[in-house]
Design a protein around this ligand. Structure first.
Ligand code: HEC
Length: 212
């Protein structure tokens, strides 16, 4: 079978299991405690290790106990709460500098924790977007957990609504999709509003190599 067909089948299988979200949590209290313990012992404290992100907020806890398949009512609560968390750059401009955006889209230092060589907390951080999304046609090393974003602005245009959606999606993916696999990069403090505006320009601007 061709690779394309296999991934299509996998998508269909995922969609099928996602049809009727469980109305009860999938993880019971005992299992949840075991998982929390495993996470705690897996990331030992050490120099330059910022373990604050191991603390699960209400949204992550809800997603975890439902294995990301939350009932509709909880999904609506999550998207409403996450939407409220979105902050904007001080100058109000959601389209920054695409060249800087190119750098931050690519930079792999995205606040890793628990690695053998932890990130220097004082170091400039990027979004590590290529880990999950294609973008510039010339880039060959990218992950496919997220949809490919090559030609993003060419396909959708650069209207205010697209710019706003793109900025907000990067700031907090769960404002749109409850329990998304995409990190909430602004919400978690990995990217500043200004960097998110730069990345928005990298995706949307007609000048950006993403759209050439
Ligand atoms: C761990 C994987 C992962 C990382 C890292 C990640 N994303 Fe995503 N992204 C996803 C997934 C999965 C989706 C689709 C589900 C959703 O919409 O939430 C998505 C959706 C999107 C969308 C919406 C696409 C559409 O068709 O509307 C945009 C835009 C996007 N990501 C941009 C980014 C940018 C920019 C970065 C880096 C700052 C980034 N993502 C980092 C996984 C990721």
């Amino acid at each position: 079978m061709k690779l394309k067909n296999i991934s299509l089948l996998a998508t269909l299988a995922l969609t099928a299991t996602g049809l009727g979200a469980a109305d009860k949590p999938v993880l019971d209290a005992k299992m949840k405690a075991a998982v929390d313990k495993m996470i705690a012992v897996s990331f030992p404290a050490g120099e330059n290790q910022d373990l604050s992100r191991l603390k699960q907020d209400e949204t992550i806890q809800t997603c975890n106990i439902y294995r990301d398949n939350v009932p509709e009512k909880l999904a609506a609560e999550i998207t409403a709460r996450e939407t409220k968390s979105i902050k904007y750059p001080a100058d109000g401009k959601l389209m920054g500098d695409w060249k800087k955006g190119q750098k931050y889209y690519t930079m792999g230092f995205a606040y890793r924790i628990g690695t053998v060589e932890p990130d220097d907390p004082k170091k400039d951080r990027g979004g590590n977007c290529y880990a999950c999304h294609a973008a510039e046609p010339k880039e060959v090393a990218y992950g496919t957990i997220g949809p490919g974003l090559t030609g993003y602005g060419k396909l959708r245009g650069a209207g205010d609504d697209i710019v706003k959606y793109t900025y907000e999606k990067i700031y907090n993916s769960q404002a749109f999709t409850a329990c998304s696999q995409m990190p909430r990069l602004g919400h978690n403090g990995i990217l500043t509003p200004e960097k998110i505006a730069d990345i928005t320009a990298f995706l949307v601007s007609p000048e950006s190599p993403v759209n050439k």
